[in-house]
Design a binder for this molecule. Structure first.
Ligand SMILES: [Zn+2]
Length: 607
């Protein structure tokens, strides 16, 4: 680095060399070198976790340059602090002290990636590293600065080369995919698939909430079809999206908390790309809709992690580790997710992409995260259902573990529903923009959600742990083009599993081997068309809805049966009543047969 001053030549006095090595600029050089060494260690660790252990990293491609930049920010801020003190009052103790602090940052950066280590062990290791680093810096400052000067520039070059190789490879692959597209069928409609992550049907005015949480979706339904009982196949993001994209049940896809969707699965984006569509995905749920989830396969253009100050800072293990600490977040008053993508920013990027793809039909998928925990409604929607809340909002970890007090649950539900209203508004703004551009003339608009959310209706918070209707019943609207009826409401239960087959039929590109049934007949007004069973699962837990009853098993394995049309909140479990035993048995056998049939087919296809 140019600003690392040359050390005194060999032969100068040891005391003079040591004094020069302890100068202000050397503290900054040490900070820069420490930041880069730490970044390389972090990146190597993440690569090891992903390649060797097959773990999700929940980090995007840009992490190769964002991690060093974030570390330079953190180490640099501390280095500047030491440098400022050194200018005010020169002390030989400052250089070793800075070396000790940087050693602590290094150790924490590594250990924050390993869950389950007791904080006392982390503290002991950090203190030990600090003592050793300070001792070395006291005894051998010249040797340390010589090493710093030798390795800092090569490390920076290495990181730049890594960045160029990673991003360059992605750019080349995307370019090749565009060039390989087939000619599309003349007149094929565009497909706009909007997935409102975590939005449950019962919180929408459209589904009877009794509050103005969905005026724009209600307006959209005048030009389309509303499914009153659309069920998500899974109560959480990845398996639900994977089923929507493939038509295969969650137990067939086997995409899970630690397993991405298999590259062997045939996805909606792949099928539409094969039919000549320009395809793009814009995912705000970067935890389970990112490229590493497998959901990006088939998309020519896919945006998960985008460049933002919050995302850059979150690329540092130090920042991520600190923000995992609830007390730290409460102390600094930061409750938001760093780098959370909001609907308006997603729409700007979608519209920009559409501007360059008007020469062929397009398929655009948008996954929104605005209604996901932590529930932080944006103004003016933060006062839609009542005065602005003065208390602290729950953190995402508190929602996940259900640690909110009973008193805070209604406030959190209100904040959630205001977030839903904010999202509804911006979906309306997007549709207005598309209308003004004339882009809706031949476009099928599909609005749905991957799952709902629980607010202690059955003792749980969040989603991904039970199969009650608050997490499975989702909105489903199809609108646009003359193949879709206007103002129709469909009362029979349907599954989001049928989304892929429906889209392929609407585009005139039906795929013979595609699982699921097309809802295109229903959309055209034929309500007798065959549909998939409204089945859902989570591990060994099962849920099946027919016209009258909802059968499910809970995390303890106990069976439940609800007459959901009379009891939509599912408060009266009929499973133990003798008069309902036959219904329990019938639905249990049906649910089990869905699993066994598809497992048999999977085994046959493997043989
Ligand atoms: Zn989700």
């Amino acid at each position: 680095m140019a600003w690392v001053p040359a050390l005194k030549p060999e032969g100068s006095s040891a005391i003079g060399g040591k004094t020069a090595a302890r100068g202000t600029s050397n503290i900054l050089a040490l900070a820069a070198c420490g930041a880069l060494v730490t970044a390389i260690a972090e990146l190597a660790l993440q690569a090891g976790l992903k390649v060797v252990l097959g773990k999700y990293t929940h980090l995007g491609l840009h992490v190769v340059w964002m991690t060093p930049v974030a570390n330079l920010f953190v180490f640099g801020a501390i280095g500047l602090l030491f440098a400022a003190v050194n200018r005010l009052r020169r002390s030989p103790a400052l250089f070793p002290a800075a070396a000790g602090v940087f050693a602590v940052l290094f150790v924490l950066s590594i250990l924050f990636n390993a869950r389950g280590i007791h904080w006392a062990a982390v503290a002991a290791l950090a203190v030990g590293a600090a003592v050793q680093a300070s001792r070395l810096a006291t005894l051998h400052p010249v040797a340390i600065m010589t090493l710093v000067r030798r390795i800092t520039v090569p490390l920076a070059v290495l990181l730049l080369a890594l960045t160029a190789a990673t991003l360059g490879r992605r750019w080349l692959l995307d370019g090749r995919s565009v060039a390989a597209l087939e000619s599309p069928q003349p007149g094929a409609p565009n497909i706009l698939l909007l997935i409102l992550d975590t939005v449950r049907a019962r919180s929408l005015g459209l589904y009877g909430r009794g509050q103005p949480t969905s005026p724009r979706l209600e307006r959209l339904t005048s030009q389309g079809v509303v499914f009153d009982l659309a069920l998500s196949p899974s109560p959480w993001t990845l398996p639900s999206h994977a089923t929507m994209f493939t038509g295969r049940w969650p137990h067939e896809n086997r995409a899970d908390w630690g397993t991405p969707l298999s590259s062997g699965a045939s996805t909606l984006a792949e099928m539409l790309s094969g039919a000549g569509y320009a395809t793009a995905g814009f995912a705000a749920n970067v935890a389970y809709c990112s490229r590493e989830s497998g959901l990006a396969q088939g998309f020519v253009h896919y945006e998960d992690f985008v460049i933002s100050p919050g995302r850059i800072l979150d690329s540092s293990s130090l920042v991520r580790g600190a923000l995992r600490n609830r007390q730290f977040r409460k102390t600094i008053g930061f409750f938001e997710l760093p780098g959370r993508k909001r609907a308006p920013g997603m729409h700007r990027r979608l519209l920009r992409w559409l501007g360059g793809h008007e020469d062929r039909p397009w398929f655009a998928f948008v996954n929104y995260y605005d209604a996901h925990a932590p529930y932080l409604p944006q103004a003016p929607f933060d006062e839609l259902l009542g005065p602005r809340r003065s208390g602290e909002p729950a953190l995402i970890e508190e929602v996940k573990i259900g640690s909110m007090t009973p008193l805070s649950v209604p406030a959190e539900r209100e904040a959630y529903e205001e977030s839903v209203a904010y999202l509804d508004h911006h979906v309306g703004v997007l549709l207005d923009s598309l209308e003004q551009r004339g882009a809706l003339r031949n476009t099928v608009v599909i609005v749905t959600s991957d799952h709902g959310e629980e607010f202690s209706e059955h003792g749980q918070m969040g989603h991904g742990s039970t199969l009650f209707l608050e997490v499975l019943h989702v909105p489903l609207i199809f609108a646009g083009t003359n193949r879709i009826s206007s103002g129709l409401r469909v009362s029979q239960p349907v599954s989001l599993r049928d989304l892929a087959a429906t889209v392929m039929e609407l585009t005139g590109s039906s795929q013979p081997g595609l699982s699921g049934h097309s809802l295109a007949g229903i959309l055209a007004g034929d309500t007798s068309a065959k549909v998939s069973r409204a089945f859902s699962s989570l591990g060994e837990m099962r849920s099946l809805l027919d016209d009258e009853f909802h059968y499910l098993t809970d995390p303890t394995g106990s069976e439940h049966l609800y007459a959901f049309r009379r009891d939509p909140q599912e408060q009266r479990n009929l499973a133990q009543s003798p008069e309902f035993r036959s219904h329990v048995a019938r639905l249990r056998i049906s649910a089990d047969s869905i699993v066994s049939e598809t497992e048999r087919k999977t085994e046959q296809s493997i043989r």
